[in-house]
Every structure is written in C-alpha cells, then in structure tokens.
Design a protein around this ligand. Structure first.
Ligand code: SF4
Length: 178
C-alpha cells in the first residue's frame, strides 16, 4: 500500500483541465518558482499523509467526475505513489491530466525518477515547465505562463516528439466504477 504526502484535493475543479475534475495536490516541490500559485505546497515535510486507496475511494464518491488532475506541489517528486494512483484510475477509464515543473524531455529521460516515463504513459495530458512570472497571462488556458506546454501524451509518445494537445483530441468514456 503506497502513501502520498498530500497538500489537499479539489473534489470539483473546473480550472485544472477540461470538464468537472477531481484535482489531487501533492505536497512538496523543489522548483520554488517565484510567484508560485501554491507556495504552501512547496515544503517537502508539510501536508498530510494519505493512502492511494483512500484517494481512489474519494474520487469514486462523485459519479459526475470523469477526469482527474494530478498536480501540486510536484507530482513527479512522488512518482511511485502517483504511478499507482494513475494506473488504477486509467484502468477505470478516467481522463488523466498531470502538471509538472519539469520538462517533458527531462521526464522522458528519467529525471527526477526512473519511472517518470511510466507515469507519463498512464496520462492523457502533461502541462510542463516551471511557472515564469514574467510570462504570466490570464489569457492562457490551463497554464500560468506562456513557456508551459499543454502536451498530448499518447500522440507525443507515439511520434517520439512533443505534440501539443488540442481541445478536439479530448475523448471521455465513463469510468468502469460507474
Ligand atoms: S512547479 Fe508549480 S508548485 Fe512548484 S514552485 Fe513552480 S508553480 Fe509552484
């Protein structure tokens, strides 16, 4: 049984990806971006502990949710726990978005964890890169600064290069727990 160090959850989010989503905010992020939207989530020792199975149970409670967003904090600094959660949710048909301050290319190279590529393979979309205050705009969709990329993961893994996500590539199916 794997435990995650959590900052919190948003059981009905409309700002962390398309549709009504359950957002999982992990605790701990070493990027320390100036102007971070969630500075209290940065210390690695803060937050609270939660079993992956408890999170899955919480997500199952709302039958209107078909998308889950993994964010924080830095999800790839808890790759093992995130991977267990993502595998379970993907097997049930949830649409998965993940945010990271790391770049797609670095994650694919196994940084900061050798299993980062496995976690990417479980997700539909990655929003990558650090938040850069000077590049911030409220006109941007699903990201805080223009350096960040909203990446279609299945297409990028298939073509072995970054393919940007487009709204029409969204495909929902009902989770098996429905
Ligand atoms: S990567 Fe995100 S959570 Fe981490 S410091 Fe930057 S803005 Fe904050």
């Amino acid at each position: 049984m794997t435990t995650l160090r959590m900052y919190g959850t948003a059981p009905e989010s409309i700002v962390d990806g398309p549709g009504l989503r359950f957002s999982v905010f992990v605790q701990g992020c070493s990027h320390r971006c100036p102007g971070c939207h969630n500075p209290d989530s940065q210390p690695a020792e803060g937050g609270y502990l939660c079993e992956v199975s408890d999170l899955v149970h919480q997500i199952h409670q709302n039958r209107l949710i078909h998308g889950v967003t993994l964010t924080g904090g830095e999800p790839f600094e808890q790759t093992e726990g995130m991977l267990e959660l993502a595998r379970e949710l993907r097997a049930e048909g949830y649409n998965l978005w993940i945010y990271s301050g790391y770049l797609f290319e670095d994650l694919m190279a196994g940084h900061p964890h050798e299993k980062a590529p496995e976690l990417l393979a479980q997700c539909d979309v990655l929003v990558d890169g650090p938040f850069i205050q000077d590049l911030n705009s409220y006109d941007l969709q699903w990201k805080g600064s223009s350096n960040q990329r909203v990446i279609d993961l299945p297409a990028s893994l298939k073509e072995d290069q970054v393919v940007l996500w487009r709204q029409e590539s969204l495909g929902f199916s009902a989770p098996s727990s429905w």
